[in-house]
Write a protein that binds this ligand. Structure first.
Ligand code: ADP
Ligand code: ZN
Length: 363
Protein backbone atom coordinates (compact mmCIF):
# COMPACT_ATOMS: atom_id res chain seq x y z
CA UNK A 1 0.00 0.00 0.00
CA UNK A 2 1.34 3.38 -0.92
CA UNK A 3 0.99 6.51 1.21
CA UNK A 4 -0.69 9.63 -0.11
CA UNK A 5 0.17 13.14 0.91
CA UNK A 6 -2.02 16.02 -0.19
CA UNK A 7 -0.36 19.33 -0.96
CA UNK A 8 -2.84 22.22 -0.89
CA UNK A 9 -1.67 25.79 -1.24
CA UNK A 10 -3.28 29.08 -2.09
CA UNK A 11 -0.99 29.51 -5.03
CA UNK A 12 -0.43 26.16 -6.63
CA UNK A 13 -2.64 23.43 -8.01
CA UNK A 14 -3.58 20.99 -5.31
CA UNK A 15 -1.90 17.73 -5.96
CA UNK A 16 -1.06 14.36 -4.55
CA UNK A 17 2.33 13.07 -3.63
CA UNK A 18 2.29 9.28 -3.64
CA UNK A 19 5.10 7.43 -1.84
CA UNK A 20 5.31 3.66 -2.32
CA UNK A 21 6.96 0.66 -3.89
CA UNK A 22 6.32 -0.55 -7.44
CA UNK A 23 3.88 2.17 -8.39
CA UNK A 24 3.64 1.43 -12.15
CA UNK A 25 -0.02 0.39 -12.00
CA UNK A 26 -0.95 3.40 -9.94
CA UNK A 27 0.81 5.75 -12.36
CA UNK A 28 -0.84 4.08 -15.35
CA UNK A 29 -4.33 4.52 -13.84
CA UNK A 30 -3.57 8.14 -13.00
CA UNK A 31 -2.43 8.89 -16.56
CA UNK A 32 -5.37 7.01 -18.10
CA UNK A 33 -7.87 8.82 -15.89
CA UNK A 34 -6.47 12.31 -16.43
CA UNK A 35 -5.09 12.58 -19.95
CA UNK A 36 -5.85 11.79 -23.54
CA UNK A 37 -3.38 9.03 -24.32
CA UNK A 38 -2.46 10.40 -27.74
CA UNK A 39 0.84 11.96 -26.88
CA UNK A 40 3.23 12.51 -23.96
CA UNK A 41 6.61 14.06 -23.38
CA UNK A 42 9.06 11.98 -21.33
CA UNK A 43 12.11 13.78 -19.92
CA UNK A 44 14.38 11.13 -18.43
CA UNK A 45 17.81 11.07 -16.75
CA UNK A 46 20.16 9.17 -19.07
CA UNK A 47 21.27 6.68 -16.40
CA UNK A 48 17.71 5.98 -15.35
CA UNK A 49 16.78 5.54 -19.02
CA UNK A 50 19.60 3.03 -19.47
CA UNK A 51 18.48 1.03 -16.45
CA UNK A 52 14.72 1.14 -16.86
CA UNK A 53 13.93 1.66 -20.56
CA UNK A 54 12.85 -1.93 -21.15
CA UNK A 55 10.94 -2.22 -17.91
CA UNK A 56 9.43 0.66 -15.99
CA UNK A 57 9.71 3.27 -18.71
CA UNK A 58 8.42 1.08 -21.53
CA UNK A 59 5.41 0.08 -19.43
CA UNK A 60 4.49 3.77 -19.17
CA UNK A 61 5.37 4.60 -22.78
CA UNK A 62 3.12 1.96 -24.32
CA UNK A 63 0.11 3.74 -22.87
CA UNK A 64 0.48 6.54 -25.38
CA UNK A 65 0.13 6.52 -29.18
CA UNK A 66 3.20 8.73 -29.43
CA UNK A 67 5.98 9.57 -27.00
CA UNK A 68 8.47 12.41 -27.38
CA UNK A 69 11.53 11.30 -25.43
CA UNK A 70 14.27 13.64 -24.16
CA UNK A 71 17.26 12.10 -22.42
CA UNK A 72 19.10 14.32 -19.92
CA UNK A 73 22.85 13.73 -19.41
CA UNK A 74 23.79 13.22 -15.76
CA UNK A 75 25.28 16.02 -13.72
CA UNK A 76 24.63 19.57 -12.63
CA UNK A 77 25.94 20.92 -15.96
CA UNK A 78 22.68 19.73 -17.53
CA UNK A 79 20.82 22.49 -15.71
CA UNK A 80 21.91 24.82 -18.50
CA UNK A 81 20.28 27.12 -21.00
CA UNK A 82 21.49 24.91 -23.85
CA UNK A 83 19.92 21.72 -22.42
CA UNK A 84 16.76 23.68 -21.73
CA UNK A 85 16.64 24.99 -25.30
CA UNK A 86 17.21 21.49 -26.70
CA UNK A 87 14.26 20.16 -24.73
CA UNK A 88 11.96 23.02 -25.66
CA UNK A 89 12.96 22.63 -29.34
CA UNK A 90 12.19 18.92 -29.25
CA UNK A 91 8.84 19.48 -27.56
CA UNK A 92 7.72 22.27 -29.89
CA UNK A 93 8.84 20.53 -33.07
CA UNK A 94 6.75 17.52 -32.17
CA UNK A 95 3.57 19.62 -32.23
CA UNK A 96 2.37 18.96 -28.72
CA UNK A 97 -0.70 20.62 -27.24
CA UNK A 98 -0.87 22.58 -24.04
CA UNK A 99 -2.68 19.64 -22.43
CA UNK A 100 0.02 17.09 -23.33
CA UNK A 101 1.51 15.64 -20.13
CA UNK A 102 5.21 16.08 -19.41
CA UNK A 103 6.51 13.14 -17.38
CA UNK A 104 9.86 13.84 -15.74
CA UNK A 105 11.78 10.80 -14.48
CA UNK A 106 15.09 11.32 -12.71
CA UNK A 107 16.91 12.97 -9.82
CA UNK A 108 16.97 16.60 -8.84
CA UNK A 109 18.82 17.75 -11.94
CA UNK A 110 16.32 16.24 -14.38
CA UNK A 111 13.45 17.34 -12.14
CA UNK A 112 14.53 20.98 -12.01
CA UNK A 113 15.33 21.16 -15.73
CA UNK A 114 12.35 19.13 -16.95
CA UNK A 115 10.07 20.95 -14.51
CA UNK A 116 11.16 24.31 -15.89
CA UNK A 117 10.67 23.12 -19.49
CA UNK A 118 7.12 22.04 -18.53
CA UNK A 119 6.49 25.30 -16.66
CA UNK A 120 7.54 27.51 -19.55
CA UNK A 121 6.71 25.70 -22.78
CA UNK A 122 3.32 26.86 -24.12
CA UNK A 123 3.04 28.82 -20.85
CA UNK A 124 2.81 25.63 -18.85
CA UNK A 125 2.09 21.98 -19.64
CA UNK A 126 0.89 19.46 -17.02
CA UNK A 127 3.92 18.14 -15.13
CA UNK A 128 4.20 14.72 -13.49
CA UNK A 129 7.28 14.11 -11.37
CA UNK A 130 8.66 10.61 -10.92
CA UNK A 131 11.70 11.30 -8.69
CA UNK A 132 14.29 8.51 -8.79
CA UNK A 133 16.89 9.71 -6.27
CA UNK A 134 16.38 9.91 -2.52
CA UNK A 135 17.16 13.64 -2.61
CA UNK A 136 14.51 14.26 -5.26
CA UNK A 137 11.91 12.15 -3.39
CA UNK A 138 12.28 13.98 -0.07
CA UNK A 139 13.18 17.42 -1.32
CA UNK A 140 13.47 18.73 -4.86
CA UNK A 141 10.35 17.17 -6.42
CA UNK A 142 8.19 18.75 -3.70
CA UNK A 143 7.38 22.40 -3.50
CA UNK A 144 7.18 23.57 -7.08
CA UNK A 145 10.65 25.02 -7.56
CA UNK A 146 11.91 24.50 -11.09
CA UNK A 147 14.90 26.03 -12.80
CA UNK A 148 18.33 26.03 -14.33
CA UNK A 149 21.69 27.62 -13.54
CA UNK A 150 23.28 30.75 -14.99
CA UNK A 151 26.98 31.55 -15.11
CA UNK A 152 26.31 34.15 -12.40
CA UNK A 153 24.95 31.51 -10.01
CA UNK A 154 22.90 28.40 -9.39
CA UNK A 155 19.12 28.24 -9.89
CA UNK A 156 18.90 31.86 -11.00
CA UNK A 157 16.49 31.19 -13.89
CA UNK A 158 13.29 29.39 -13.04
CA UNK A 159 9.70 29.42 -11.91
CA UNK A 160 7.50 28.26 -9.08
CA UNK A 161 5.36 25.67 -10.87
CA UNK A 162 3.43 22.85 -9.26
CA UNK A 163 3.26 19.40 -10.74
CA UNK A 164 -0.14 17.73 -11.13
CA UNK A 165 1.22 14.71 -9.24
CA UNK A 166 4.41 13.30 -7.75
CA UNK A 167 5.03 9.54 -7.60
CA UNK A 168 8.00 8.61 -5.40
CA UNK A 169 8.62 4.93 -6.12
CA UNK A 170 11.23 3.45 -3.80
CA UNK A 171 11.93 0.76 -6.38
CA UNK A 172 14.26 3.26 -8.05
CA UNK A 173 16.46 3.45 -4.95
CA UNK A 174 17.53 -0.14 -5.60
CA UNK A 175 19.81 1.07 -8.37
CA UNK A 176 20.80 4.43 -6.88
CA UNK A 177 24.56 4.55 -6.11
CA UNK A 178 25.37 4.44 -2.39
CA UNK A 179 26.88 7.91 -2.39
CA UNK A 180 23.61 9.29 -3.75
CA UNK A 181 21.74 7.65 -0.86
CA UNK A 182 24.10 9.47 1.54
CA UNK A 183 23.48 12.64 -0.46
CA UNK A 184 19.72 12.38 0.09
CA UNK A 185 20.21 11.46 3.74
CA UNK A 186 21.71 14.91 4.36
CA UNK A 187 18.22 16.37 3.79
CA UNK A 188 16.53 13.54 5.73
CA UNK A 189 18.73 14.28 8.76
CA UNK A 190 17.86 17.96 8.30
CA UNK A 191 14.12 17.19 8.68
CA UNK A 192 14.98 15.33 11.88
CA UNK A 193 16.80 18.38 13.20
CA UNK A 194 14.31 21.10 12.22
CA UNK A 195 11.01 19.32 12.57
CA UNK A 196 10.65 15.72 13.72
CA UNK A 197 13.37 14.38 16.06
CA UNK A 198 12.02 10.80 15.80
CA UNK A 199 13.49 10.73 12.26
CA UNK A 200 16.96 10.62 13.84
CA UNK A 201 15.99 7.55 15.88
CA UNK A 202 14.27 5.92 12.88
CA UNK A 203 17.40 6.46 10.81
CA UNK A 204 19.61 4.87 13.42
CA UNK A 205 17.55 1.68 13.09
CA UNK A 206 17.82 1.52 9.28
CA UNK A 207 20.83 -0.06 7.51
CA UNK A 208 21.64 3.30 5.91
CA UNK A 209 25.27 2.58 5.14
CA UNK A 210 24.45 -0.66 3.26
CA UNK A 211 23.05 -0.97 -0.27
CA UNK A 212 19.40 -0.02 -0.33
CA UNK A 213 16.89 -2.80 0.24
CA UNK A 214 13.23 -1.83 0.29
CA UNK A 215 11.40 -2.03 3.60
CA UNK A 216 8.25 -0.48 5.06
CA UNK A 217 10.52 1.49 7.41
CA UNK A 218 12.23 3.16 4.47
CA UNK A 219 8.86 3.91 2.90
CA UNK A 220 7.63 5.41 6.16
CA UNK A 221 10.75 7.58 6.41
CA UNK A 222 10.49 8.93 2.85
CA UNK A 223 6.79 9.62 3.37
CA UNK A 224 7.40 11.51 6.65
CA UNK A 225 10.06 13.68 5.00
CA UNK A 226 7.92 14.38 1.94
CA UNK A 227 5.05 15.33 4.24
CA UNK A 228 7.20 17.69 6.32
CA UNK A 229 8.31 19.48 3.16
CA UNK A 230 4.76 19.52 1.72
CA UNK A 231 3.34 20.97 4.95
CA UNK A 232 5.96 23.71 5.11
CA UNK A 233 5.51 24.57 1.43
CA UNK A 234 1.72 24.60 1.80
CA UNK A 235 2.04 27.39 4.34
CA UNK A 236 4.64 29.36 2.40
CA UNK A 237 4.69 28.50 -1.31
CA UNK A 238 6.70 31.49 -2.48
CA UNK A 239 9.26 31.40 0.30
CA UNK A 240 8.44 34.52 2.23
CA UNK A 241 9.01 33.20 5.73
CA UNK A 242 8.41 29.76 7.20
CA UNK A 243 9.94 27.95 4.24
CA UNK A 244 13.32 29.39 5.09
CA UNK A 245 13.75 26.89 7.94
CA UNK A 246 14.32 24.31 5.18
CA UNK A 247 17.57 26.17 4.71
CA UNK A 248 18.98 24.84 7.98
CA UNK A 249 22.68 24.13 7.39
CA UNK A 250 22.45 25.57 3.89
CA UNK A 251 23.94 29.04 4.43
CA UNK A 252 27.15 27.28 5.45
CA UNK A 253 26.67 24.54 2.83
CA UNK A 254 26.36 26.96 -0.08
CA UNK A 255 29.74 28.46 0.82
CA UNK A 256 31.27 24.98 1.19
CA UNK A 257 29.95 24.00 -2.25
CA UNK A 258 31.23 27.22 -3.72
CA UNK A 259 34.77 26.98 -2.40
CA UNK A 260 35.04 23.23 -3.17
CA UNK A 261 33.48 23.63 -6.64
CA UNK A 262 29.96 22.38 -7.29
CA UNK A 263 31.25 19.51 -9.44
CA UNK A 264 33.41 18.14 -6.60
CA UNK A 265 30.95 18.37 -3.78
CA UNK A 266 27.84 16.47 -2.88
CA UNK A 267 25.02 18.71 -1.70
CA UNK A 268 24.03 16.31 1.10
CA UNK A 269 27.57 16.19 2.39
CA UNK A 270 27.87 19.97 2.33
CA UNK A 271 24.52 20.24 4.15
CA UNK A 272 25.76 17.77 6.77
CA UNK A 273 28.86 19.91 7.36
CA UNK A 274 26.69 23.03 7.33
CA UNK A 275 24.40 21.60 10.00
CA UNK A 276 27.49 20.83 12.06
CA UNK A 277 28.23 24.57 12.00
CA UNK A 278 24.60 25.53 12.58
CA UNK A 279 24.42 23.35 15.71
CA UNK A 280 27.55 25.05 17.04
CA UNK A 281 26.09 28.44 16.24
CA UNK A 282 22.85 27.57 18.07
CA UNK A 283 24.87 26.61 21.13
CA UNK A 284 26.94 29.81 20.93
CA UNK A 285 23.65 31.72 20.90
CA UNK A 286 22.68 30.11 24.18
CA UNK A 287 20.71 27.03 23.19
CA UNK A 288 21.56 23.48 24.05
CA UNK A 289 21.67 21.18 21.04
CA UNK A 290 23.49 17.88 21.30
CA UNK A 291 25.92 17.37 18.41
CA UNK A 292 25.39 13.62 18.94
CA UNK A 293 22.25 14.01 16.81
CA UNK A 294 24.63 14.55 13.91
CA UNK A 295 27.72 12.67 14.99
CA UNK A 296 25.86 9.32 14.84
CA UNK A 297 25.82 9.81 11.06
CA UNK A 298 29.38 11.09 10.77
CA UNK A 299 30.71 7.89 9.15
CA UNK A 300 28.38 8.33 6.15
CA UNK A 301 30.38 11.33 5.00
CA UNK A 302 34.01 10.96 4.04
CA UNK A 303 34.91 14.19 2.19
CA UNK A 304 37.32 16.61 3.73
CA UNK A 305 36.86 20.34 4.14
CA UNK A 306 40.12 22.15 4.69
CA UNK A 307 39.75 25.38 2.72
CA UNK A 308 42.44 27.88 1.80
CA UNK A 309 40.06 30.66 2.79
CA UNK A 310 40.22 31.99 6.36
CA UNK A 311 37.13 31.79 8.57
CA UNK A 312 36.71 35.54 8.07
CA UNK A 313 36.67 35.01 4.29
CA UNK A 314 34.21 32.13 4.57
CA UNK A 315 31.96 34.31 6.70
CA UNK A 316 32.23 37.11 4.15
CA UNK A 317 31.21 34.66 1.39
CA UNK A 318 27.96 33.99 3.25
CA UNK A 319 26.91 37.51 2.35
CA UNK A 320 26.76 36.47 -1.30
CA UNK A 321 24.05 33.91 -0.64
CA UNK A 322 20.95 34.84 -2.61
CA UNK A 323 18.86 34.44 0.55
CA UNK A 324 20.86 37.14 2.35
CA UNK A 325 18.92 40.35 2.92
CA UNK A 326 20.25 43.86 3.50
CA UNK A 327 23.86 42.80 3.86
CA UNK A 328 23.37 40.96 7.15
CA UNK A 329 23.79 37.24 7.60
CA UNK A 330 20.60 35.36 8.31
CA UNK A 331 21.10 31.87 9.60
CA UNK A 332 18.66 29.17 10.59
CA UNK A 333 19.41 27.88 14.06
CA UNK A 334 17.82 25.46 16.48
CA UNK A 335 16.19 26.49 19.74
CA UNK A 336 15.68 22.86 20.64
CA UNK A 337 15.55 19.60 18.69
CA UNK A 338 12.79 19.99 16.10
CA UNK A 339 12.37 23.75 16.54
CA UNK A 340 14.16 25.97 14.04
CA UNK A 341 14.14 29.75 13.71
CA UNK A 342 15.90 32.23 11.51
CA UNK A 343 18.15 34.75 13.19
CA UNK A 344 19.94 37.78 11.80
CA UNK A 345 23.49 37.66 13.07
CA UNK A 346 25.21 40.99 13.75
CA UNK A 347 28.19 39.62 15.65
CA UNK A 348 30.17 37.77 13.00
CA UNK A 349 32.53 36.27 15.57
CA UNK A 350 29.97 33.54 16.41
CA UNK A 351 29.81 32.61 12.74
CA UNK A 352 33.59 32.50 12.53
CA UNK A 353 33.63 30.24 15.59
CA UNK A 354 31.12 27.97 13.86
CA UNK A 355 33.35 27.77 10.76
CA UNK A 356 36.26 26.80 13.01
CA UNK A 357 34.13 24.03 14.49
CA UNK A 358 33.33 22.68 11.00
CA UNK A 359 36.95 22.77 9.85
CA UNK A 360 38.21 21.18 13.05
CA UNK A 361 35.92 18.21 12.43
CA UNK A 362 36.22 17.79 8.66
CA UNK A 363 39.75 18.94 7.78
P1 ADP B 1 20.08 14.76 -7.09
O1 ADP B 1 18.90 13.91 -7.27
O2 ADP B 1 20.92 14.36 -5.93
O3 ADP B 1 19.75 16.21 -7.11
P2 ADP B 1 21.03 14.05 -9.78
O4 ADP B 1 19.75 14.34 -10.46
O5 ADP B 1 22.28 14.59 -10.39
O6 ADP B 1 21.08 14.57 -8.30
O7 ADP B 1 21.18 12.48 -9.61
C1 ADP B 1 22.32 11.94 -9.02
C2 ADP B 1 22.92 10.83 -9.85
O8 ADP B 1 22.15 9.65 -9.67
C3 ADP B 1 22.98 11.07 -11.34
O9 ADP B 1 24.18 10.52 -11.83
C4 ADP B 1 21.79 10.28 -11.87
O10 ADP B 1 22.03 9.85 -13.20
C5 ADP B 1 21.74 9.13 -10.93
N1 ADP B 1 20.44 8.50 -10.68
C6 ADP B 1 19.28 9.13 -10.32
N2 ADP B 1 18.35 8.23 -10.04
C7 ADP B 1 18.90 7.01 -10.22
C8 ADP B 1 18.43 5.67 -10.04
N3 ADP B 1 17.21 5.41 -9.61
N4 ADP B 1 19.29 4.66 -10.32
C9 ADP B 1 20.58 4.92 -10.70
N5 ADP B 1 21.06 6.15 -10.86
C10 ADP B 1 20.25 7.18 -10.62
ZN1 ZN C 1 19.36 21.14 0.18
Amino acid sequence: MSKRIQLNTNYSKDHQIVVGYKLEDEIISFLSDNFSLKKAVFIVDENVLGLYQNSYISSLKVLFDEVVLCSVPEGEQSKSLSQYTDIVDTILKSKVERSTPVIVIGGGVTGDLGGFAAASTLRGMPLIHIPTSLLAMVDSSIGGKTGINHSVGKNLIGAFYSPVAVFADLQFLETLPQKEIANGLGEVIKYGMISTPSIIEDLEKLPISKPFVYSKDWEHLVAICAKIKADIVAKDFKESGLREILNFGHTFAHVIERVCGYENSSHGEAVFMGMWGAVKLSNLLGFNIDIANLSVFRALYTSKFDPEESVAELTELMLHDKKVKDGSIKVIMLEKPGVARSRIIQDVSVIQESWKFIIEEFK
